[in-house]
Design a protein around this ligand. Structure first.
Ligand code: M6R
Length: 588
């Protein structure tokens, strides 16, 4: 949820750190700071705001030196203030640290350290790391031992990097990523390969509890006993670095527009990998599907397709609840985890729980080197390129397209997705051509406080996804629900200030939806229909093309994405970086 970057080498470090932090800003953007070493002294600048703004204000990039660390924060402990921004010193300015994760025993550690005279400045859990390092370093004058002893005291999840005034950089991780990038001029230590991919595609993924030390000459990695360990160098695909906005005002808009091509190209990855994936699914008794947020909505659609078309027994559980419902999972089960980032803590927790019960792990991810891909027995890639906007858009259609490819294979081509991909790409383009009209509708809805979104059957997960887009991008209270449930309670909320969006393509759910729409209209609400057919009951109509009924989810999500994007603009919100959120939620 925060991003960490460190560099030691021959180049001016500050501009490198600023650039890397901008690339990883999706991980957290409450505040930013960097610390560098100059003439044997650590100098530090930090402040509240996004990297570009703080850099403009404080000129972070001008800090001198060739060694330093940087951080963008997504607040967990302590509010968003300059003091709580990282890096953090210990009592003196001889050590500075940056941290990602949550130190669960920070209160006990803080009390213990205060008891021996340490003075804390921030409200963060992270600051205990700086004080522990300082304490052990003062006691032992040995950086390696100080780091290992510090790690032994920490409970929870962490990745941290510390800079010492002698110019040494060290770091360690447990259940949060930390990756080394090696360049001719030195080394990076980063939360994400995007932190250094512009400079090198050679990455070393640290294992849990590894400690890395970079001094003036060497890079060494140790285990918790202090023994040197070797970690392999992974060549990362360069394409992951392409994160510019092109001609678009925002990453989110660019990513929305990439979807037709993503659907058209879906499933072009190594077919042998898909084949093996399907074999594992076929040989299981039950497939449990999990994910968080948008990826969970994809899992709901996947369950529907697996059950109804591939006739495979499937169950779905949102990742944050998975550990509480493990009954029925054993070595005949498969857990299929869906995650764009492959780093979501709730998803990784669900995977660990299922592994513990003996299940095989399949995953669908965007990042082949992610934690999820690496702990899975088998994984497939959604291949949609980096998604920078915090709201998932193109990753959702890419996940769905891959699910259709898999299910099609499992049911011996009963969906004929392959044959329909080009048509679906065209249908998405047709909707994009109506962007101006959806923009106008967004202007009409800008003052809406409550929007209900209803759909039935396979459209219900899209109602949930549409509501999630409106919540996170436009800060509007939006609820997705099955159309049939409305009359069992929520109808009491409907009145003349309510807006109800009905997902109603011309399929077997349509007649019932129209009846529901009339019930709502009778209570004075404004009805917005998303359909391939107009109907008098709609006050506002968003037209989508007709496609084969089972493929509607792929196209009907697009109007919601466009609507939420323009509502964000109408409300002066930043669509790429919604408040309080981060792209990868690596904390539980
Ligand atoms: O990287 P993941 O797919 O695991 O992320 C899961 C959710 O955090 C993510 O979908 C989140 O809900 C998005 N902000 C939705 O737009």
């Amino acid at each position: 949820m925060c991003s960490i970057i460190g560099y030691k080498g021959q180049l001016d470090v500050a501009p490198l750190l600023v650039n890397s932090l901008e690339r990883m800003e999706y991980r957290g953007y409450d505040s930013v700071g960097i610390a560098t070493i100059n003439d044997g002294k650590i100098i530090l600048k930090k402040g509240v705001g996004k990297v570009a703004d703080v850099n403009k204000r404080l000129d972070l990039g001008s800090l001198p030196g060739d060694t330093g660390v940087g951080h963008t924060r997504w607040a967990t402990h302590g509010s968003v203030t300059n003091t709580n921004a990282h890096p953090h010193y210990g009592c003196t300015d001889s050590i500075a640290i940056v941290h990602n994760g949550i130190i669960e025993n920070h209160k006990e550690l803080r009390e213990e350290l205060i008891g021996i005279g340490h003075i804390f400045k921030s409200d963060t859990d992270s600051e205990v790391i700086a004080h522990l390092l300082e304490k052990y370093y003062v006691d032992q004058k040995n950086i390696k031992k100080a780091v290992i002893d510090t790690c032994k005291r920490l409970e929870g999840a962490y990745a941290f990097v510390a800079v010492f005034e002698d110019g040494t950089i060290c770091g360690s991780r447990y259940n949060e990523p930390l990756i080394i990038g090696s360049v001719d001029t030195g080394h990076f230590i980063s939360s994400d390969i995007l932190g250094f991919l512009e400079y090198t595609n050679k990455a070393i993924y640290l294992e849990n509890r590894d400690t890395v030390i970079l001094d003036s000459k060497t890079l060494q990695i140790f285990d918790m006993e202090g023994n040197p360990v070797n970690r392999p160098i992974t060549q990362v695909a360069w394409e992951l670095a392409s994160v510019d906005k092109g001609k678009y005002a925002h990453h989110t808009l660019k990513e929305i527009h990439e979807q037709p091509v993503i659907v058209e190209k879906a499933g072009t990855q190594n077919l042998d990998r898909v084949k093996e994936f399907c074999n594992i699914v076929r040989n299981s008794r039950t497939v449990f599907l999990t994910g968080s947020g948008t990826s969970y909505h994809c899992a709901l659609i996947a369950k529907h397709l697996l059950s109804n078309f591939a006739k495979i027994h499937a169950e779905t559980m949102v990742s944050s609840e998975f550990q509480y419902t493990l009954d029925g999972i054993d070595n005949t089960s498969v857990l299929l985890a869906i995650s764009q980032s492959g780093e979501t803590a709730d998803v990784l927790q669900a995977v660990k729980a299922a592994k513990h019960m003996g299940a095989r792990i399949l995953s669908i991810v965007n990042i082949p080197t992610s934690s999820l891909a690496r702990i899975s027995d088998w994984f497939l890639l959604i291949e949609c390129g980096p998604e920078v906007g915090v709201a998932a858009t193109k990753s959702f259609t890419a996940q769905l397209s891959l699910i259709y490819t898999i299910v099609d294979r499992l049911c011996n081509g009963c969906l004929s997705f392959e044959a329909d991909k080009a048509f679906l790409g065209g249908a998405l383009r047709e909707i994009l051509d109506t962007e101006i009209e959806i923009h106008r509708i967004a202007e009409r809805l800008r003052d809406a406080t409550d929007i209900y979104i209803i759909g039935r059957s396979i459209h219900y997960p899209i109602a949930l996804e549409g509501a999630l887009k409106l919540k996170e991008l436009a800060y509007i209270h939006a609820e997705g629900m099955t159309a049939g449930e409305l009359k069992h309670g929520p109808l009491a909320l409907i009145g003349s200030n309510s807006y109800v969006i009905i997902i109603n393509p011309n399929d077997t759910t349509s007649n019932d939806n129209i009846a529901t729409a009339h019930e709502i209209k009778a209570r004075g609400a404004t009805i917005i229909g998303i359909s391939d057919r107009p109907n008098d009951v709609y006050d506002i109509f968003i037209k989508i093309p007709s496609v084969k009924s089972i493929f509607y989810p792929i196209i009907e999500v697009l109007p919601f994405q466009i609507l939420a994007y323009y509502l964000a603009l109408a409300k002066n919100a930043d669509p790429d970086y919604p408040r309080n959120l981060a792209k990868s939620v690596t904390v539980k």
